[in-house]
Write a protein that binds this ligand. Structure first.
Ligand SMILES: Cc1cc2nc3c(=O)[nH]c(=O)nc-3n(C[C@H](O)[C@H](O)[C@H](O)COP(=O)(O)O)c2cc1C
Length: 208
């Protein structure tokens, strides 16, 4: 491949476009879109979100020390874009979309009922970087839509049509997975067994 050179900037993707729910001091919920999010640690489970100080959500997160990351799906495309273009200072985004909320289990912040995966997070540190501050937070509870958990207790997120964001465009992850973790180093017999299992599962679900 032959490369053009650009100055350092965020040409990085795809990333998930998530909806982050927060509450203010009075417990009123708000929701905003975050693309600058990532996994930071497995044990303890930690994630990051990068947020500009001027966001209403920034204030809410600093005051509450908690937030919820709601993964988004194809069906949530319009609200994902809207919640990233309008501030809760001007529009009650939850009312605007008639969003149903589910109470937090280990945090005071509700999650979005429509989202298949909600991660309840407690802020562990805040680092000023420039335009954005980086919140490092521990996931204290995962809430997963039951229909996405198969008979072996494994998540099948390929059914969820999750949304991704890449350089200003949204994409739905609506294809079957190409392969599973470790397939490149798995023994041939293991690979064949995995392949057989996948085919059986697909037959059961009636997918090609
Ligand atoms: C796809 C997308 C990704 C975004 N990612 C971020 C982000 O990572 N951090 C951030 O501070 N704002 C991000 N924004 C902008 C905020 O979501 C937007 O300013 C929002 O209106 C803030 O709402 P609030 O004032 O109610 O908190 C993003 C917007 C879109 C559409």
């Amino acid at each position: 491949m032959s490369k053009e050179l650009f100055k350092g900037s965020i040409l990085f993707g795809p990333v998930p476009a998530v909806l982050v729910t927060t509450v203010n001091e009075e417990g009123k919920a708000n929701v905003f879109t975050v693309g600058w999010t990532g996994v930071a640690c497995t044990h303890p489970p930690m994630v990051t979100i990068a947020v500009r100080k001027e966001r209403l959500s920034y204030e809410n997160i600093v005051v509450a020390g908690e937030f919820v990351i709601n993964l988004t799906t194809r069906d949530m495309l319009k609200m994902t874009d809207f919640c990233g273009c309008r501030s809760g200072r001007k529009v009650d985004k939850i009312k605007h979309f008639g969003l149903e909320l589910e109470s937090g289990v280990d945090v005071s912040v509700p999650s979005l009922k429509k989202s298949p995966v909600a991660l309840e997070c407690k802020v562990r540190s805040i680092t000023e970087l420039g335009s954005h501050d980086l919140f490092v937070a521990e996931i204290v509870r995962n809430k997963i839509e039951k229909s996405l958990i198969d008979e072996n207790g494994k998540f099948d997120l390929s059914k969820a049509n999750l949304l991704a964001y890449c350089h200003g465009e949204y994409f739905a992850l609506n294809r079957r997975p190409l392969a599973t973790f470790g397939h490149s180093v798995a023994k041939k017999s293991t690979r064949q067994a995995q392949h057989r299992k996948r085919m059986e599962q697909m037959k059961k679900k009636g997918r090609r």
